[in-house]
Each structure stands twice: as C-alpha cells, then as structure tokens.
Design a protein around this ligand. Structure first.
Ligand SMILES: Cc1cc2nc3c(=O)[nH]c(=O)nc-3n(C[C@H](O)[C@H](O)[C@H](O)COP(=O)(O)OP(=O)(O)OC[C@H]3O[C@@H](n4cnc5c(N)ncnc54)[C@H](O)[C@@H]3O)c2cc1C
Length: 497
C-alpha cells in the first residue's frame, strides 16, 4: 500500500504547516491546509501600510537548502517562486561604549574583527568553531529531522550529548573558549533567535554558528512574506487545497483516532490523518479539549517552561540609510542580568538590547522610493511571568525603544517617521493562539528537547500529528522545516499501512 490518494489535513499555515503540507501533497496525499488568519505565514505574517511592507517575524533566513528541498521533491526549482539575496555582514553588533563587531562567514574579515576585540581569543575561536561543527553534525544533520517517539531513541542520542557535554549552556561553552566579554556575547546570543536563554540553553545550540557559517544568511526579495507566498503557491501547484480565514475549532475523535476537523464557519472534513501546526497548548487544550488525551496533555504542558515573548516596533521613515546594515544588535549595558530579568524574574527592565531589522538596505522594494522600513525588537517575559496591561505599557515602551534607536543611530528619527505601530505579547496570544503570548513555544531546554518535547505523532491518538516550534527540533525556520520532515516521514509511513 502507498499513502497516495489518502486525505490529510494540516491545521495552521506557519512555516512548519506549509512545509508539511507540501511534503504530503508531493507524495500524492490529498492535503487540505486550514489557516485561521486571512494570510498564511503565522509568525511570518505581514502588513502593507502607507506603501511600506512590514514582515511580522523571521528576517534571518538560514539553511536555504532545507527550503529548496521542498521544491526539489517534485523536480521544481524554488528560484521560480522565490529569489534569495545574500546578506552581509550577517549582523553588526554594537555596544553602548561604541564598539562594533561585524559578524559574517568571511573568515578573513571575521578573524580581523575578533582580533580587534582581543587577538588572544583567535585560537579559542578556532576551537569553538570545531565544537560548533561537531554539534551541528550530531544535532542538526543527524538528528534534526528524526522523530523522537520513544525513550529508546533518546538513549541512542545520549552518547553524543555526553561527548559534547550538552548539559552545559551555550554561554558557558563559549566562555570556555574565549575570554573577551563582548566576544562571548557575540558567539552566544543566537539562542535568543529560537527563544532560548544563552545562559541556560544546551550547548548543542552552538550549532547555529556553523549553520550560518556554511549556509549563509539570506533575504527573500520582497520580504519573508514572499517566501511564504512562494510555498503556498507551490503547494497549490501540486494540487493542495487551502482554506484561509477559517479557524479550526475542534478535532473530532473516536476512541484512539481522530476522524475530522470542524471550523468556525461550520465547514468540516473527514481525514485519514490530521496534523496541527497551531500552538501546542492550543492544539491539545482547545482543539482536542473534548478528548481525555487533550485534557491530559494540556495539564502536562501547563507545567512546562515556555519561551519569552517579544515586543516589536515597526516603523517606516523618510530617507535611506546605507550605513545601517540589514541586521543589527544594539546591546544594552547588561547581558546576564537582562536575560535573568526576562527569562527568570519576569520583570520589564529599564534597559534593553535591541535587534534592529533594516530590510530596505538589501531590498529597496520594501518601502516607497527614498524611504526606509525598520523594525526594532526586544525580548520580554511572557504573559505568565509578566502580568501587565500591554494596552497601557505598549505605547510607552514603543517610545523608549524609538528614543534609544534615535540616540544610537538615527538622530532625527522622530521627525522622519511616516508610519509606526507595535506588536506586543497579547497580540501573539490573540492573533496566533500563542500560549502565554510566547513567541517561540516551549523553551529549548535540554529537559524539553527531543523525546522530552511534544512528539511529532501523538502517543495515544494514532493519527494525530504535530509540526512546528513546539515539536522536535524546535523554533526557527530551519527547525520547524526539519520538524515537517520528521512528521511527514511518520505520516507517509502510517498512511501507507
Ligand atoms: C518576531 C520574530 C522574529 C523571528 N525571527 C526569526 C528569524 O529571523 N529567523 C528564524 O529562523 N526564525 C525566526 N523566528 C522564529 C520563527 O519565526 C518561528 O519559530 C517559526 O516561524 C514558527 O513556525 P511554526 O511552523 O511553528 O508556525 P507558526 O508561525 O506559529 O504558525 C502557526 C499557524 O497556526 C495558525 N493557527 C493557530 N490556531 C489555529 C486554528 N485554531 N486553526 C487554524 N489555524 C490556526 C496560526 O494562525 C499560524 O498561522 C522569529 C519569530 C518571531 C516571532
């Protein structure tokens, strides 16, 4: 038997849902993709305002090979739908004392940058690179798209974890190789891009350094939204069916199987297999809430640690800024202390570190001629830790963040603003059904990774599957696209029975 001709439903058109839907449809499974919002993308939603294009979420595209594979499955070329442009430097890091550090995969340039911070750290950097390459091979290449369904799979993965001392944090590992405080920040901040605290996230995540070094950092012309649109177009080209703007309200079950889904509009369908790309807590507590399994899992998930949320200020301004690179981190005066405030204490600190996104420097089509698009993002504690009224605090925080960008980069920023708005934790909760307004789902701790993370196939409901940031391997585009590969493998095998 093959899976061909069977019917499957994917709930949610985030990167994970889209990648899974493409894989299923490419294998001949008649797939329906059901999305709650008016546009696909999930965290990668977008808005058009006053001629500016604002991407809501991901801006750093890494490992383009994992995306190209989705087209190559059926002999298509991704370049037909999406144009990827290289970004260099990958990031410019900037500290309050005026020090800058350009981070890229140009080894000669990178070594010069490291030597500028501290020449004594060059040898340590080389050794760190070797470490990063080794954990990349084990954690991403070998295990990234393997579903951890039973503890035996975890036991098999244990020797490399022990060999690489995966219980140590990324920061502690980096600090064991290099001594310069700024370089330690430069080589460890990446876990924040997947919702992890560099001080506690497993050193396995040091693999991101190698992932970026080998695969580069890319930008999709027209914005990340164009990549999303390209994936949707490709799915429809293969014959997939899409329902937008119609939230699923229930996954129906009978015994140990799911039978179908029902949406808010009253539409319903019966399927041989159902996968949810929606928030993991929402999937179990709300969509499967009528089943005993849904209730049990919701109780278990409530005890887990969820990643922080984000506060993002989008602004379109007059003028072009060729001197401001595409990706900048404006570090604040504190690193460890600030991270503890966000991840542990759940307070809104007086200081912050900002990630500044400036797409128009790579791609002027993101704004009207002579104008520029930006977003400034800070991590903030999720709503379970930080109970404040975002309606009230949002405008004040927006002003403080813009004032900091004005002070450090664009002196007359306020006079130049054409349009601006912000996106706060409660927007993640309301728009995306994100538990506690978390931006990245479950925190990527060792104790919440691989087998300890939500499984790609439910343990009890045999034809219910999960895909996306809450499952193995975790958040970030390469992560959720890898989770789709793991989940598709299981579904195709099960459907072929
Ligand atoms: C601001 C920001 C910046 C980021 N930057 C980067 C970056 O630069 N690079 C990177 O690699 N990663 C980045 N990330 C992380 C990355 O965007 C996410 O980890 C990834 O996109 C999550 O994909 P997902 O498959 O889990 O689905 P999600 O994006 O979470 O999508 C889930 C979808 O399910 C839908 N849904 C929810 N409930 C229902 C329902 N009941 N019925 C139907 N549909 C439903 C939602 O509307 C949504 O469309 C960033 C994230 C954020 C928030």
């Amino acid at each position: 038997m093959t899976a061909e001709g069977k019917r499957a439903c994917v709930i949610g058109a985030g990167f994970g849902g889209l990648a899974l839907a493409i894989r299923l449809q490419a294998a001949g499974v008649a797939t329906t993709l059901v999305e709650a919002r008016d546009k696909p993308g999930g965290r990668a939603y977008h808005w058009q305002k006053d001629g500016f294009t604002f991407d809501a979420g991901p801006t750093v595209i890494t490992d383009p090979a994992c995306l190209r594979e989705l087209w190559a499955l059926t002999g298509h070329d991704m370049a037909r739908d999406v144009e990827l442009l290289p970004v260099s430097p990958f990031y410019r890091l900037n500290w309050p004392d005026g020090t800058t550090f350009d981070y890229s995969n140009d080894e000669t340039h990178l070594r010069r940058e490291i030597a500028r911070l501290d020449p004594a750290d060059l040898a340590g950097y080389e050794a760190f690179l070797d470490y990063s390459a080794a954990v990349y091979e084990e954690g991403y290449v070998k295990l990234g798209s393997v579903p951890f369904l039973d503890f035996a799979a975890m036991v098999k993965a244990a020797p490399p974890l022990v060999r690489h001392r995966a219980w140590r944090s990324v920061y502690d590992t980096v600090a064991s190789y290099v001594g310069n405080d700024k370089l330690r920040q430069a080589l460890s901040f990446h876990t924040l891009l997947v919702g992890g605290n560099p001080m506690t996230t497993s050193s396995i995540y040091a693999l991101i350094h190698k992932l970026e070094k080998d695969g580069g950092v890319w930008w999709a012309r027209g914005g990340t939204n164009r990549l999303v649109a390209g994936m949707l177009r490709h799915f429809e080209r293969l014959g997939g069916e899409v329902r937008l703007h119609d939230p699923v309200v229930r996954i129906d079950t009978l015994g140990a199987r799911a039978t179908g889904v029902t949406t808010q509009s009253g539409w319903s369908g019966t399927f041989a297999a159902i996968a949810s790309n929606a928030d993991i807590m929402h999937s179990y507590r709300d969509l499967l809430g009528a089943s005993a399994r849904g209730k049990t899992m919701a109780r278990r998930l409530a005890k887990k640690r969820f990643s922080p949320s984000l506060f993002v200020v989008h602004f379109g301004i007059e003028g072009s800024w060729p001197g401001i690179p595409h990706h900048m981190i404006l570090f604040g005066p504190r690193y460890q202390g600030l991270l503890a405030d966000i991840f542990d204490y759940g307070v809104l600190p007086a200081d912050f570190s900002i990630y500044l996104h400036h797409p128009t420097v790579t791609d002027p089509s993101m704004a009207p001629a002579g104008k520029s698009t930006f977003y400034a993002l800070i991590p903030v504690a999720h709503m379970g830790k930080l109970a404040i009224d975002w309606e009230q605090v949002g405008p004040l925080l927006e002003s403080r963040i813009l004032a900091e960008v004005e002070r450090r980069l664009i002196p007359d920023l306020h006079d130049r603003i054409v349009t601006k708005f912000h996106y706060a934790p409660r927007d993640f909760a309301l728009d995306l059904n994100a538990h506690l307004g978390s931006a990245f789902s479950l925190e990527p701790l060792l104790t919440q990774s691989a087998w300890f993370r939500a499984h790609n196939r439910d343990d009890v409901l045999h034809n219910v599957y999960l895909v996306g940031a809450g499952t193995h391997p975790g958040a970030g585009i390469p992560g959720v696209v890898a989770s789709a590969k793991a989940t598709a493998g299981l579904m195709l095998k099960d459907l072929a029975r």
